[in-house]
Design a protein. Structure first.
Length: 450
């Protein structure tokens, strides 16, 4: 069976099932689901950075960057120190975030996300939410996998790669040309700074939402190349002497300013206590030539494209005033997979019938003793890794395997495989069991080396 096939005997696809569910709810005029008695379902704003370093926020220890709005979000919410994405690259990471599923389950090679996948937007729209995405989609170009086909009512942005922030064209390799879309049509607004365009569309969406719950997904293209910060943002980081770091820091400043404007728009509508704001990066910082290698992951090693900590451990902050605790830090092992079931639960949206790899994080948010995952596993190309507690086992395409204790060695510099055969054998078994569980799923892309 190919990755686009549905299992034998399945009478209705997940997408058609959700569509029917949504229509049925509307016809019956049922009340919207509520997360708690007497409360309306929360609005959900999910903001994703592009190529942000693992510790490149003030609240994560960066002393040279200015991120006052993100730091304030952390001060009034929950900050996660051991939060991971499923892959160190844009498409697989974003597919997992929006589906709550390992990217090997959710992707169709050379196309993007499987058309039959159920996204968080589809689930929430079927529960009465208005949905919109503004920014970098990067989950496929064909109409069957466009944002409007994946549960979003509105879309402004680009579907793949990178764009110049003013001409909105792609210049890096094959396929040079204009890349800006509005819904399913090409759109032109030459000269408008792309992060400002995204923020403008987002604030307008919030302003016209009224009392209706909404899901707003904002995958910004900052600080991904091309590094085109504003004059104002450059002035705010003029103290940084390294030119590459300064350009990167100014782009992070652009992202922080955008988040501040989004939070301000929510407050202006009196929706602060009715809105969950989630922020995370899609993976670690880039060392590609056009990125200038200005990002950092100190004290971790690695970057985008690697399964070292600097490639997959990302900053993550969530805030829901009056519902979530404020100013706390959680050190438990958590994953971007977990936000699908967590946010669905808050919205009162049933995930029955879906095969999810994420876990509801409500207990972790409430308690430092709660556990979401005993272990996490990764696969990316010919790379693989598994983490359990402080122990991390990694392998590569040439049979190189290494073992690290992240508590003692966060930079993954000292291989302990020869000293701790017990840990090696146990983690290898954990990883192999995980791989076997994926092999049993007919939608898995088998070329991933499982």
């Amino acid at each position: 069976m190919t990755t686009g096939d549905t299992p034998q005997g399945e009478d209705m696809s997940r997408r058609r099932c959700l569509s029917a569910l949504g229509a049925g709810l509307a016809a019956l005029a049922l009340p919207l689901p509520v997360a708690a008695a007497g409360r309306r379902p929360p609005n959900i704003v999910m903001i994703v950075a592009d190529d942000l370093g693992s510790t490149d926020l003030g609240c994560y220890g960066a002393t040279d960057l200015r991120t006052p709005h993100l730091d304030a979000l952390a001060a009034h919410g929950v900050r996660f120190t051991d939060h991971y994405v499923t892959a160190p690259a844009c498409t697989p990471s974003r597919a997992s975030l929006l589906t709550g599923r390992e990217h090997a389950r959710a992707l169709q090679r050379n196309v993007g996300m499987e058309a039959e996948e159920t996204t968080l937007a589809e689930l929430l729209r079927a529960s009465g939410y208005h949905t919109a995405v503004y920014g970098k989609w990067h989950l496929g170009i064909p109409a069957a996998v466009s944002p409007l086909a994946q549960g979003f009512d509105e879309f402004v942005g680009f579907k793949v790669g990178a764009i110049d922030n003013y001409s909105h064209s792609y210049y890096w390799g094959a396929g040079v040309g204009h890349r800006l879309w509005k819904d399913d049509a090409e759109y032109h607004e030459d000269g408008t700074y792309f992060p400002d365009l995204v923020t403008r569309e987002a604030t307008r969406f919030i302003e016209r939402s009224g009392d209706h719950p909404f899901f707003l997904y904002l995958p910004y293209n900052q600080p991904h190349y091309p590094l085109q910060p504003t004059v104002t943002s450059l002035q705010q980081v003029a103290h940084i002497t390294d030119p590459a770091r300064r350009q990167y820091a100014a782009c992070v400043q652009v992202l922080d300013d955008a988040l501040g404007r989004i939070v301000g728009a929510i407050a202006a509508q009196g929706l602060t206590r009715d809105t969950i704001v989630l922020f995370l990066s899609d993976h670690g910082h880039s060392t590609e030539p056009d990125s200038l290698s200005g990002g950092r992951s100190t004290p971790y090693r690695g970057n985008k494209g690697t399964l070292l900590e600097g490639g997959i451990r990302v900053p993550c902050v969530v805030s829901w005033p009056g519902q979530y605790p404020e100013g706390i830090v959680r050190h438990q092992l958590t994953s971007s997979l977990d936000w699908f079931p967590t946010l669905a639960a808050h919205a009162g949206a049933s995930t029955a019938g879906l095969t999810l790899d994420g876990r509801d994080l409500q207990s972790v948010i409430s308690s430092p003793q709660a556990t979401a995952h005993a272990a996490l596993c990764w696969t990316y190309g010919d790379l693989w890794a598994v983490r359990e507690g402080p122990w991390k086992l990694m392998g590569g395409g040439e049979g190189e395997i290494s073992l690290y204790n992240l508590d003692d060695d966060p930079g993954e510099m000292h291989d302990l495989r020869s000293q701790r055969h017990d840990r090696f054998r146990h983690l290898a078994e954990v990883r192999n069991n995980w791989a076997e569980s994926l092999r049993a799923d007919p939608t898995v892309i088998r070329e991933l080396g499982l």
